[in-house]
Design a protein around this ligand. Structure first.
Ligand code: PHE
Length: 341
């Protein structure tokens, strides 16, 4: 019996050390130590031994079981380590390989211009405010002193949401004047950039959606000369020192007096060229002194306070600055166009 165990030991240890994976190790355990395994088979024959021999053989069998189990465990650890080693080797990253290029976007040309304008106004102590694009006609028109019969209220010009024309897409940023006066403490210095909507034909100069920047100052003793001085300063910051301006009388229902501001064409110096369409002047914005009726409608006493406001188209400014000839290019977001800036 001792010899049988010796033979079993030699065979088992060799088989275990030669096994190539964890699965076959498990098979070894079953084969040698399992309930129907070889060691159990030998122990079944203990009955044939004399009572003296039995404990001796029992002890030997236990030692053998332990030895086989330890060998299996040692082999299992070795196999696992080898596997990990191989895996690490295969998964090595070659840090010297060139990286993958991810295309990076950049700021849209129009937002470059907007940021420049924001900086100018922030430098003068203005706040930047935001407001709704879906607007009550009250704010887009009525509170701005735009009468019921005014052509800009027509369904052919304005996008309405309701049959009673009560709610619309704002056609201008001027309702932000009203929002500011109704909600902000005086004095007010603010600009409000944003999208506006009109039922315009889509062509090289028109789009149903475009951007404006509204600006407004309300304080005691504000006059037209403040408006002119501030806007002249802004124009010089955008177009360069010494840019000649011209304030032309105009009409807006919500300002009195009203004007339009032109700059002398920076391309031809006023002689007339394709940029200014032969005019020598380029229209930049509409402006004026906030109408006393508008002030009063917002609960501001026009005998104590006064103010000025302007509204400026953002696309036209960007088109001038970057020599873009077709408005649609600004909204199409074709990367071949955008990459040029
Ligand atoms: N809202 C006017 C427009 O869209 C511009 C404007 C704003 C005029 C503020 C005067 C004062 O044409």
């Amino acid at each position: 019996m001792k010899e049988m165990m010796q033979k079993l030991r030699d065979a088992a240890l060799q088989a275990i050390l030669e096994s190539e994976d964890v699965d076959s190790l498990e098979a070894m355990r079953v084969k040698y130590l399992g309930k129907k395994g070889e060691l159990t088979g030998i122990l079944r024959q203990m009955g044939k031994l004399s009572p003296d021999e039995r404990p001796q053989m029992g002890q030997l069998a236990n030692q053998l079981r332990e030895e086989i189990e330890e060998t299996i465990e040692t082999r299992r650890r070795a196999l696992n380590e080898a596997k990990l080693e191989l895996q690490l080797l295969q998964e090595t990253v070659d840090v010297t390989l060139p990286g993958e290029k991810h295309p990076m976007g950049h700021k849209h040309p129009m937002y470059n211009v907007l940021d420049q304008i924001k900086d100018i106004f922030i430098g003068m102590g203005f706040e930047i405010v935001d407001g709704p694009e879906v607007e009550l006609s009250d704010y887009n028109f009525t509170k701005l002193n735009i009468d019921e019969g005014h052509p800009s209220r027509e369904w052919t010009d304005t996008f309405y949401f309701t049959d009673d024309s009560r709610i619309c897409l704002r056609t201008q940023t001027s309702p932000m004047q009203i929002h500011a006066m109704e909600t902000r403490p005086l004095p007010i210095r603010m600009i409000a950039p944003g999208r506006v909507y009109r039922k315009d034909e889509v062509d090289a100069t028109h789009s149903p959606m475009f951007h404006q920047i509204e600006g407004m100052v309300i304080d005691k003793g504000v006059t037209m000369s403040d408006l002119k001085a501030t806007l002249n300063l802004v124009v010089e910051k955008i177009y360069g020192k010494g840019t000649v301006t011209r304030f032309r009388p105009h009409h807006f229902p919500f300002t009195e007096p009203s004007c339009e501001l032109d700059i002398q064409c920076h391309k031809c110096g006023g002689k007339g060229c394709p940029t200014c369409k032969g005019e020598g002047w380029i229209e930049v914005l509409g402006a004026g002194m906030v109408h006393p009726k508008v002030l009063a409608g917002c609960g501001i006493d026009p005998d104590v306070y006064s103010g000025w406001a302007f509204g400026m188209g953002l696309e036209r400014l960007a088109m001038g600055e970057y020599k873009i000839t077709d408005l649609r290019l600004i909204f199409e977001n074709d990367v071949r166009f955008l990459e040029q800036f």
